[in-house]
Design a protein around this ligand. Structure first.
Ligand SMILES: *[C@@H]1O[C@H](CO)[C@@H](O)[C@H](O)[C@H]1NC(C)=O
Ligand SMILES: *[C@@H]1O[C@H](CO)[C@@H](O)[C@H](O)[C@H]1NC(C)=O
Ligand SMILES: *[C@@H]1O[C@H](CO)[C@@H](O)[C@H](O)[C@H]1NC(C)=O
Ligand SMILES: *[C@@H]1O[C@H](CO)[C@@H](O)[C@H](O)[C@H]1NC(C)=O
Ligand SMILES: *[C@@H]1O[C@H](CO)[C@@H](O)[C@H](O)[C@H]1NC(C)=O
Ligand SMILES: *[C@@H]1O[C@H](CO)[C@@H](O)[C@H](O)[C@H]1NC(C)=O
Length: 479
């Protein structure tokens, strides 16, 4: 994800749509759509939130001092007495406690089936799976689900280190003429993360609902109890919208001189198999994987502060993976290609990216495999699918509830394939909303809320695009 980050091909489409099947697109109005999510519309009373932090190459590298592995969760249930009226009070039950969240590389997991790797990259993956096992919900359906995911990423890159593999291989030295932000040794550090565990608050109607949050900074010498000051900052908090019953996720992201390039997303990831940007199995929210052209995404987005001219705010970034021959990815880093498509709604964006032709930036470090990134801006051509039509739509001061025909739009966008190969089935394992504030040393702040998020897929469609694999350099064939 990201413009100058981890991309092999970037196409910025200003309006000229790449219509592949001109005239063939027919909307399938008669079909019944069902939610693909464990928490449809974010209306579940359970709190299910995970937080993960990545360095430039989507790894941990080194854990922050006195912090656990940067994979945390807040999973809380509301336990109410079965017999009401006997001054029974609902209590909040935390499925993930502090000792779980504080686990760091090398620590033994309380459950036998998780391996205590000493490598921080591998440990974070394992910890994510462990936390997911605590959070997992087995409701009516046969498909369990785990959590919404908050993803944080630091864009600093220290070329003197060998923390990032080159095209998936460990190298002894990094040779590139590209410049990246880095203030010196340790610039790729993980953040200090603090946690407000979910707790009940009662509202005007004496109803109990949970509130909670994560917040922190990348500036390791910061003392946030004295205020944010000139430091980098991120926060995400959740509370219920009392009229709709939806969770409201409020996010804030602030860059600083040492951390001028930061990313913060709310992700709806697949509940099994690999997700966009990963090269190992993850956990998440989507029990069924959406496939182009038949799926829709609903959400309410209220952007309160934009984050400056370099803030690439995505009213959806969707991620999937298929090979240039059209076949699904199988973990072979030499031929797998991660595909992203994004709409950037910051009206200032045109100034940042005046690209009208395919743009190849060849960055072999930020991801283990090739990536294709297609970015679009608001335009009447996309508005027929429910997307913003013009600059400023959905931006600061224009909160909206969107019903996006992401399936239809994503089937129209250009995606490279070898000549003469069968068109790929476009399966999307990750659907995200949030921003990437690209190099902004002066300290820019973005603030927004997302709620009522849902992913709708046609009834009766069973897609299992989740070939389980791990192609991490350290995985050695482990799945
Ligand atoms: C935290 O939860 C884990 C897993 O359920 C359990 O093994 C551990 O004893 C708990 N720790 C504390 C301090 O409650
Ligand atoms: C649970 O399953 C039953 C029977 O299939 C169905 O009637 C009910 O609506 C389901 N409930 C939920 C919450 O999905
Ligand atoms: C990388 O090494 C060069 C040469 O030793 C040095 O000038 C530079 O400051 C180093 N960069 C970082 C980020 O440490
Ligand atoms: C955390 O809790 C403190 C104290 O209640 C509150 O001031 C702060 O806004 C909360 N932050 C988040 C991100 O939840
Ligand atoms: C942070 O600031 C608070 C309030 O000034 C102070 O009590 C605390 O000791 C400081 N913490 C550290 C680690 O310096
Ligand atoms: C609750 O949801 C409604 C409908 O989407 C919206 O108009 C309202 O602003 C939301 N309330 C809050 C506090 O976000």
């Amino acid at each position: 994800m990201g413009l100058l980050n981890s991309a092999c091909v970037v196409l910025v489409l200003f309006g000229l749509p790449f219509v592949l099947n001109s005239g063939e697109y027919v909307s399938t109005v008669s079909e019944e759509y069902l939610s693909a999510l464990g928490d449809p519309g974010m209306k579940n009373p359970y709190v299910r939130v995970a937080l993960e932090a990545w360095n430039f190459c989507n790894e941990v590298g080194t854990e922050a001092p006195n912090m656990g592995s940067p994979s945390l969760a807040d999973c809380a249930d509301r336990n109410c007495p079965l017999i009401t009226g006997l001054n029974g009070k609902c209590v909040i039950h935390h499925r993930v406690n502090e000792s779980d969240n504080n686990l760091r590389a090398g620590d033994k997991f309380p459950a036998m089936d998780f391996k205590p790797y000493t490598n921080p990259d591998l440990y974070a993956v394992e910890k994510g799976l462990y936390l997911a096992s605590l959070c997992e919900v087995h409701d009516n359906s046969s498909d369990p689900w785990q959590f919404w995911t908050i993803m944080l990423k630091n864009g600093n890159f220290d070329k003197n280190t060998t923390l990032c593999p080159e095209n998936g291989k460990q190298v002894s030295r990094i040779v590139t003429h590209r410049n990246f932000p880095c203030f010196g040794e340790g610039c790729m550090n993980q953040p200090l993360v603090y946690h407000n565990y979910s707790r009940f608050v009662s509202n005007a109607n004496q109803m109990l609902s949970a509130v909670g949050g994560f917040y922190g900074t990348y500036d390791l010498d910061a003392n946030l109890s004295k205020g944010i000051g000139q430091n980098s900052y991120f926060s995400v908090s959740w509370q219920k919208n009392l009229s709709t019953g939806s969770w409201i996720f409020s996010q804030r992201l602030t860059t600083s001189s040492k951390y001028p390039w930061l990313m913060l997303y709310l992700r709806s990831d697949a509940t099994k198999g690999p997700n966009g940007g990963y090269h190992y199995d993850g956990r998440g929210m989507m029990k069924k994987l959406p496939v182009s052209p038949n799926f829709k995404v609903r959400l309410r987005l209220d952007v309160k502060r934009g984050g400056g001219a370099n803030s690439q705010f995505y009213l959806l970034d969707i991620g999937g993976c298929w090979k240039n021959n059209g076949k699904p990815c199988d973990g072979n880093v030499l031929t797998d290609v991660t595909r992203y498509s994004e709409m950037i709604i910051n009206p200032a964006t045109t100034k940042l990216v005046p690209l009208e032709k395919p743009y190849d930036i060849r960055d072999p470090y930020s991801n283990p495999q090739a990536q294709e990134l297609v970015q679009i801006l608001p335009h009447p051509e996309w508005a027929v699918h429910g997307y913003p039509e013009k600059k400023g739509d959905g931006w600061v001061g224009n909160p909206r509830t969107w019903e996006l025909d992401v399936g239809a739009l994503s089937s129209r966008l250009y995606s490279y394939q070898d000549p003469g190969t069968e068109p790929a089935t476009r399966v999307w394992s990750s659907i995200n909303v949030g921003t990437e504030i690209y190099i902004s040393r002066a300290g820019e702040t973005a603030e927004w809320t997302a709620s009522e998020f849902d992913v709708l897929v046609p009834e009766g469609v069973e897609v299992d695009g989740s070939s389980s694999y791990c192609n991490h350099p350290f995985c050695n064939g482990r799945n």
